[in-house]
Design a protein around this ligand. Structure first.
Ligand code: PLP
Length: 507
């Protein structure tokens, strides 16, 4: 493909993208492809002779599209949204244009410096404590700062690596020799809750430490008491606590851990405190949510995913650390061919010391495009609109009478189920608890299955405290109130089918 062909096809592709977004409401959101569908549709060897762009483009329509679940459709309420936006798409195009690899400042000063600045913008937007910012008010470089990773999972692993280094440094400062401190690593233990994202446990597997999974309370929160007890037990057993993950908006139910309590314990116990705010961190763009995050200002690391709920195409996950010393110590490698810039320190970060990979693409561009195109007010509008739609959805479900809300609706996630009274009827039947419980669970599993088969909207189910429930996550960029109305309609219609009657039996 030469430049003139690129010019032509590039413009066609922009039209394809615009048409796709224009038509998203008219297509079923979920792919109904069966496993292995694509293998049957495409050749099993790369083509020997070059193929034309037209051929490839037409295969996108006929072969790829059937296997796409439309995450950007307004009718998509699954998992958590993974926002795209037009400014972010354009930013990604520029990033592809440059195709620079940013590992050192010298690789492309703009890639490093824009990342430093835009991540500080974002930190200020969400009200992060100034400890986490790269540049101090007086223009000097701070010890903290942020970096854009590919995913929250990566951010969690990197935080654990920094935490391990901090603990080793602590042990040596207490008199252990380097060898002794290193050899104690097999006794290091990290704390997560039964609601922490699976990345917490995966992180433990990757770095090879123990993870202690603590049970959450009735509101799905990791509490101070539970953490204290777990740490005391482990210290008695000779283990070395070094890391705790608190979550601001869990994946299952958007619960918020007792971040203040965890911060207290982390301070006393001298362990690293990571806050996973992958999903709900975006809500902190609205100051009315700041009180919910109190405690996170005392964390060692803090992570949000603009690629979930802040209009920035996957992948863009921002990790801040209050003090980068241990992080950089843990990940720093020097080679002659990886020169560092000496002298003037400000604005010169070698981000290869802040992440698992050596290099990464110029991700800051898309975030910059988003923040400039929407502005603070536009981002706040985006968040508040989804939250008010979620409250509206909750109200519709409660007014219907057949549903109950299974976790507080704080952000854009509504967790609900058809309530037992609507399924098993009388309270007498309810007393045969185990059997009726099964019936309630299977009715709710059935509801999710029917909604997916119906495919006017898409959502998924989950389990909370042993109950099967339905999860509706509101948060797509171009979804509207009409999409949420459609969701309500589908839920109500299919619930009627599932329970076989449209009214509630009186108690
Ligand atoms: C989605 C989610 C993650 C994982 O995000 P990735 O960027 O896909 O790794 C981690 N934590 C929470 C709370 C999440 O909701």
């Amino acid at each position: 493909m030469d430049i003139s062909e690129f010019r032509k096809h590039g413009k066609e592709v922009i039209d394809v993208i615009a048409d796709y977004y224009e038509g998203l409401n008219q297509v079923p959101p979920m792919s109904t492809a069966k496993p292995g569908y694509l293998y049957k549709l495409i050749p099993h060897e790369a083509p020997r002779e070059p193929e034309s762009f037209e051929e490839i483009k037409s295969d996108i329509e006929t072969r790829i599209m059937p296997g796409i679940t439309h995450w950007q459709s307004g009718n998509f309420f699954g998992w958590y949204s993974s926002n795209s936006s037009f400014p972010a798409i354009l930013g990604e195009m520029y990033s592809s244009m440059f195709s620079v690899v940013r590992f050192n400042w010298i690789c492309s000063p703009a890639a490093t410096e824009l990342e430093t600045v835009v991540v500080d913008w974002l930190g200020k937007l969400i009200g992060l404590n100034k400890r986490f910012l790269s540049i101090n008010k007086d223009g000097t470089e701070g010890v903290g700062g942020g970096v854009i990773h590919g995913s929250a999972s990566e951010a969690l692993v990197v935080s654990m690596i920094a935490a391990r280094r901090q603990m080793i440094a602590h042990l040596t400062s207490q008199g252990a020799s380097d060898e002794e401190a290193e050899s104690m690593q097999h006794r290091f233990v990290a704390y997560v809750s039964d609601q922490t994202h699976s990345a917490g446990q995966k992180g433990g597997q990757i770095i090879g430490c123990k993870t202690h999974v603590i049970s959450t309370d009735a509101n799905f929160r990791l509490t101070k008491d539970a953490l204290e007890t777990a740490i005391a037990d482990d210290r008695n057993a000779g283990l070395v606590p070094f890391f705790v993950c608190g979550t601001f908006g869990t994946t299952n139910t958007a619960a918020i851990d007792d971040l203040s309590g965890i911060a207290d314990v982390a301070e006393v116990e001298n362990i690293w405190f990571h806050v996973d705010a992958a999903y709900a961190g975006s809500a902190l763009a609205c100051p009315e949510f700041h009180p919910l995050a109190i405690g996170s200002e005392r964390a060692d690391s803090f992570n949000i995913n603009p690629h979930k709920w802040m209009l920035t195409n996957f992948d863009c996950s921002v990790l801040w650390v209050a003090d980068s010393t241990h992080l950089v110590d843990a990940l720093r490698i020097d080679r002659e061919y990886l020169p560092r810039v000496k002298g003037e320190k400000s604005f010169v970060k070698d981000y290869r010391d802040w992440e698992l990979a050596l290099g990464s693409k110029f991700r800051a561009l898309k975030l910059w495009f988003v923040m400039r195109t929407y502005g603070v007010l536009g981002i706040q509008r985006h968040i508040r609109m989804h939250i008010s739609q979620a409250k509206w959805l909750e109200e519709q479900l409660l007014n219907d009478g057949r549903f109950e809300i299974m976790a507080p609706t704080v952000f854009g996630l509504v967790v609900f189920r058809i309530k037992p009274q609507a399924i098993v009827g009388s309270s007498v039947a309810l007393e045969e608890s185990e059997k009726s419980n099964d019936r309630v669970n299977s009715a709710n599993v059935e509801l999710v299955k029917r909604i997916q088969e119906d495919n006017r909207v898409f959502l998924v189910g989950t389990k909370v405290k042993g109950n099967d429930v339905v999860r509706a996550a509101i948060g797509t960029t171009y979804g509207t109130q009409e999409n949420v109305e459609r969701l309500v309609l589908v839920i109500k219609q299919l619930t009627t089918k599932v329970i076989g009657c449209a009214f509630i039996n009186p108690e």
